[in-house]
Write a new protein. Structure first.
Ligand code: ZN
Length: 404
């Protein structure tokens, strides 16, 4: 949208008010007068509203600067009686458009303290500005056009009390959508936004094997191959290994074998790490386990072997997966027997991930960034501001700095 503020000698004035703030009286050019802020249609005037009002503009050097104008109301056929749109500010904003854009750009690119000190506004206000700018940027485009490959994931916030579901476009690595919640309803809300036609265009979806994601996707996106994310599979194997280790440790403790229990506890990291990253001490620990505790070492090898599948070529991976499942089924370690059952049930989705070489790596990157945003100070009490800033930062919606 292009606009001009009329600032001619005849109809505008500039002065310092009693607080030494610079005030500039403005009015929209004729073509921008009497427009509905929602649909931009020209409407009949209704009344003068609450008279003159001010919008905070970008400072002039160190001096506060405001625009002042009439704020009449118009009567829109569709939207009823509303304050007429002004070209220099967004609807319902007390700041000019350039001020909003600058604050949003700073929120994406700098720290909380820097923004608040530089712009002399509260952090809460930054949150509201982000919501406004993000909503407008989303309204002006189709955020879901051309999506074919998506990644779904959840972020746990505040130690599992609250969850954020995020959807990332695999092609661009951009955040497409985020919402609080971790259930079928949340996923369905997104699919509703996509609509039937766009759902039909989705070809690949990566996620973990949670029913609340896979079931609605399978129902509503008939052409999508669901790929179980390798990271989640390997994590399940690591969890299984940890369960085996804990069982052995508990048994050792119960049997009064304090030294073994202590050594096992210390072995946790050696078992978790990728073998290529082990320190010398951790390698020694692993060798000790190999010699002393067959079940734990077997569990370790099972975990590593499963991880290796994702580094093999597709054909090799299928053979390796077969071998792994056979081994895991008869390994006599309950957690791995269970995992083998789970993977067998989801076999098609595991293979889809292997054949499409699709992982949630990009989704994990976005997750990390969102965690940083949460940590930067947008409290959990303003969920909309968190999502708005995430969309500005990671969804490609951040406005450029005005005038650059
Ligand atoms: Zn309207």
């Amino acid at each position: 949208m292009t606009y001009r503020c009329s600032l001619t000698a005849a109809d505008s004035r500039v002065w310092l008010d009693q607080h030494d703030q610079l005030v500039v009286a403005v009015r929209p050019v004729w073509s921008q007068l009497d427009r509905c802020p929602h649909c931009r249609r020209r409407c009949p005037g209704y009344d003068l509203g609450e008279g003159r009002r001010r919008w905070r503009a970008l400072d002039l050097g160190t001096t506060f600067c405001f625009l002042e104008a009439d704020a009449p109301r118009v009567e829109c056929r569709q939207h009823g009686v509303v304050v007429a749109a002004v070209p220099w500010a967004r609807h319902d904003a007390w700041f000019t458009r350039s001020f909003d854009d600058t604050a949003a750009w700073l929120a994406v690119n700098t720290s909380k303290t820097a923004i608040c000190q530089l712009l002399r506004i509260a952090w809460r206000t930054v949150g509201r500005i982000c919501e406004r700018v993000s909503a407008e940027a989303n309204a002006g485009r189709d955020p879901y056009a051309g999506l074919t490959e998506l990644g779904f994931d959840e972020i746990s916030i505040r130690k599992g009390q609250k969850y954020l579901t995020v959807v990332v476009d695999h092609h661009t690595g951009r955040l497409v959508w985020a919402a609080f919640g971790r259930d079928r309803k949340t996923v369905e809300k997104f699919l509703d936004l996509l609509g039937e036609e766009r759902c039909n265009q989705i070809q690949l979806v990566s996620c973990d094997d949670a029913d609340w994601i896979t079931l609605p996707i399978a129902e509503r996106c008939p052409n999508a191959a669901i790929c179980l994310d390798p990271w989640h599979i390997v994590k399940a194997a690591t969890d299984a290994l940890d369960e085996v280790r804990r069982t052995v440790w508990n048994e050792a403790r119960r049997a009064g074998n304090k030294q073994l229990a202590k050594d096992l506890k210390g072995a946790r990291f050696a078992l978790w790490k990728k073998p290529e990253n082990l320190t010398e001490r951790q390698q020694a620990k692993l060798a000790w386990i190999a010699k002393l505790n067959a079940p734990i070492y077997r569990a370790y090898l099972l975990k590593e072997q499963l991880r290796a599948i994702y580094h093999a070529s597709y054909e090799d991976a299928l053979t390796l997966l077969d071998d792994w499942l056979k081994w895991a089924r008869r390994c006599r370690l309950e957690p791995f027997v269970k995992l083998a059952r789970r993977i067998t049930e989801q076999r098609a989705k595991v293979e889809a991930a292997l054949s499409n070489n699709l992982s949630n790596a990009r989704v994990e990157q976005v997750n990390t960034q969102i965690r940083l945003i949460l940590r930067r100070g947008f409290g959990y009490r303003s969920p909309d501001a968190v999502i708005a800033l995430a969309m500005l930062s990671l969804g490609g919606l951040c406005p450029p700095l005005p005038g650059r």
